[in-house]
Ligand binder design. Structure first.
Ligand SMILES: CC(C)(COP(=O)(O)OP(=O)(O)OC[C@H]1O[C@@H](n2cnc3c(N)ncnc32)[C@H](O)[C@@H]1OP(=O)(O)O)[C@@H](O)C(=O)NCCC(=O)NCCS
Length: 310
């Protein structure tokens, strides 16, 4: 069967605000971690879901959350493959913008990862006069299999070399042996130091992976850490990597990273790893491209675009 012409599809579609009664049919149209938002779509919750139906069948969903009177964030936009490129995504986005504006939002944002769907999404953003998307981060995907298969012995040699050159008053330690006193000191720095707050080691502690969350001490002071989280039974996210600038040639942080990767490879065969590097972290972005690429299955870019609603 050929495609239904764009104009017919959009004109025959029905866009509706989703409430508690019709939410369940749209659940599969958003990411698993946002489904709970659809399950709680009462009028007092600052979340908007717009569903689109064709001949009574759901074919798409836009989901957003907002802080009243200020700012809205598009969380997901989806159209079933058989009805793509017919204007449905654009219609959903236009309606979402109107709904967010009615709720007092003056600025809206969308964050997304590069994928085969990016050209279509970027087409919509351009039609709807959003800002040109800006890259915000690299999202890196790795696997222990890939590290094992990579013939270059760089990682091990690099680690041996870094460890050999580490001055004697530096030492690595498992993060779960952090003392209470050290914890209190860092917690205080999180309050007062914006850099430490950005790399807060205490976020999501319930998911902390003890195997390869590590700290770095210099003369009995904690000056750095790599904090990892188990995000799925077979996946470790390398969430925070920080070394105090005073103790920081880049090699100190890459030492933490290399050791953490080595621990995963040695102890958890056939598992995966992910990490994110902010695009403004230039030394680390360069390090990923120059050194880590051979061990990575994939590097994707995270993008962000905004629109001011007048
Ligand atoms: C992104 C998505 C919602 C777009 O929905 P859609 O209904 O196909 O969008 P529209 O038809 O309204 O508009 C897409 C525009 O991009 C264009 N487009 C589609 N594929 C394209 C491609 N590969 N290259 C360039 N442009 C493309 C379309 O031609 C259209 O532009 P036009 O109106 O000038 O013809 C849909 O592809 C989708 O559900 N993807 C999976 C989920 C996803 O990735 N969502 C985005 C992140 S949350």
């Amino acid at each position: 069967m050929g495609k239904i012409p764009c104009v017919d599809t959009v004109q025959s579609c029905q866009l509706t605000l989703i409430g508690t009664t019709n939410a369940s049919v749209y659940e599969e149209f958003t990411y698993p971690h946002f489904r709970f938002l659809l399950q709680n779509l009462t009028p007092d919750v600052p979340v908007v879901g717009i569903g689109v139906e064709l001949a009574g069948n759901p074919i798409g969903l836009a989901l957003a959350r907002y802080s009243p009177q200020v700012y809205g964030q598009i969380l997901s936009l989806f159209v079933v493959p058989s009805h793509r490129s017919q204007g449905v995504g654009t219609a959903l986005m236009a309606r979402m913008e109107t709904e967010l504006q009615h709720r007092g939002c003056t600025e809206i944002e969308i964050n997304y990862l590069t994928s085969s769907n990016s050209p279509a999404l970027e087409g919509i953003l351009s039609h709807q006069k959003w800002s040109t998307p800006k890259a915000t981060a690299l999202i890196c995907y790795a696997s222990t299999d890939r590290v094992e298969k990579t013939k270059q012995p760089h990682l091990t040699q690099y680690l041996d070399c870094l460890l050999a050159n580490l001055p004697a008053d530096y030492s690595l330690f498992p993060w779960n042996t952090l003392t209470n006193k050290e914890r209190e000191e860092i917690a205080q720095q999180v309050e007062t130091d914006t850099l430490v707050r950005r790399f807060n080691p205490f976020s999501e502690e319930k998911k902390l992976e003890p195997l390869n969350s590590l700290g770095l001490r210099y003369q009995n002071q904690v000056v750095g850490w790599i904090i990892t989280h188990r995000t799925a039974p077979d996946t470790i996210r390398y969430t925070q990597m920080f070394v105090n600038p005073k103790s920081q040639p880049l090699s100190r942080s890459t030492l933490l990273l290399a050791r953490a990767i080595q621990l995963q490879v040695e102890n958890l065969p056939h598992t995966k790893g992910t990490f994110r590097v902010d695009i403004d972290n230039t030394p680390m972005v360069k390090f990923v491209h120059r050194r880590l690429k051979p061990y990575l299955d994939e590097i994707r870019y995270a993008w962000s675009a905004t629109k001011v609603l007048s």
